[in-house]
Write a protein that binds this ligand. Structure first.
Ligand SMILES: [Zn+2]
Length: 300
């Protein structure tokens, strides 16, 4: 799993040092991760445990440049009951963002911006920490947190089907602290970083695209959570609008294939990033791309 680490290697795109940071793992039901795809097929891609769960990475992105330190997504965080830790396979010693970033020389106050792709708990769970007085507070006190307005609105009034995925304690403390910035639709968030917006997985999922023309990297979050989800029909049961996922994913990945873009997978347990190949008209993940995998440090 650590074979992709380049010694001291950091990718540079659009004036940013780009690093992928590992924040531990989460275990989710394999059937739910693959929707209508039968286990006989998906188990060849991701091996389930005795409880039929697949163990997934919580892989976030750190961009340093242009006077900014941008964290993209925050993992599951540390605010979990023992019951939920058991259900989701979250270990008590979970590497949370503060510790992982400390390994890169980044203190919580150094983070200027947190881009939340969407507010599902495995993406926004680390956005907030419990202070010593017991109050919930932004985990990165100096940061502005960026979210799509449509996703925040949805998170505040989810359906019965998806309400287990949205925990108000992951985002309401940010709103109360006045550090939540709501964006309307696609556009440029920072120099060299724009977002696309996708509505198939949930309403208002934003996908950062880091590009300087020569090199482009995308972080599609739950639109393409692992390499196994690259084929158009391999969606998740969690997706609110499966047909939209198929359309959006196909359009994004065809563009990625054409442009030779690097795709970072937030949840793939084995490979952080690949380019996309088209074979016989079908999309597939190409060979792993070397990206620095910095935390926890694999070597001193
Ligand atoms: Zn999600």
């Amino acid at each position: 799993m650590l074979c992709l680490t380049l010694e001291g290697g950091t990718m540079e795109i659009a004036g940013y040092e780009v690093e992928v940071v590992e924040l531990g793992t989460v275990a989710l039901d394999g059937g739910a991760m693959f929707g209508v795809v039968p286990r006989t097929l998906w188990q060849k891609q991701l091996e389930p445990d005795a409880l039929n769960r697949v163990h997934l990475a919580l892989r976030v992105l750190l961009l340093r440049g242009h006077g900014r330190c941008v964290l993209v997504d925050t993992g599951v965080g540390a605010s979990w009951s023992d019951r939920d830790r058991g259900i989701y396979g979250i270990e008590a010693g979970q590497t949370v963002a503060h510790r992982a970033l400390a390994g890169l020389g980044v203190a919580p106050d150094d983070v200027t911006d947190v881009l939340l792709t969407h507010l599902h708990f495995d993406h926004a769970g680390g956005a907030v920490v419990r202070a010593e007085d017991g109050a919930l507070a932004p985990a990165f006190p100096a940061a502005r947190y960026h979210v799509q307005a449509a996703n925040l609105a949805w998170a505040r009034a989810p359906t019965e089907r998806d309400r287990a995925s949205y925990r108000p304690d992951d985002f309401e403390p940010l709103a109360r602290a006045g550090c939540l910035v709501e964006h309307e639709g696609p556009g440029e968030l920072f120099e060299g970083v724009r977002v696309r917006v996708s509505n198939g997985h949930t309403t208002g999922l934003q996908i950062p695209v880091v590009s300087d023309g020569a090199t482009t990297l995308i972080y599609p979050a739950d639109l393409v959570p692992t390499r196994a989800h690259v084929p158009t029909a391999w969606g998740m049961a969690y997706d609110l609008r499966p047909l939209e996922v198929m359309e959006e994913k196909k359009a994004l990945l065809e563009e990625a294939a054409q442009g030779g873009w690097i795709v970072v997978y937030e949840h793939d347990p084995d490979v952080a990033a690949t380019r996309i190949a088209v074979e016989g008209g079908r999309l597939r993940a190409a060979d792993a791309v070397d990206v620095s995998r910095s935390s926890p440090r694999s070597r001193p």
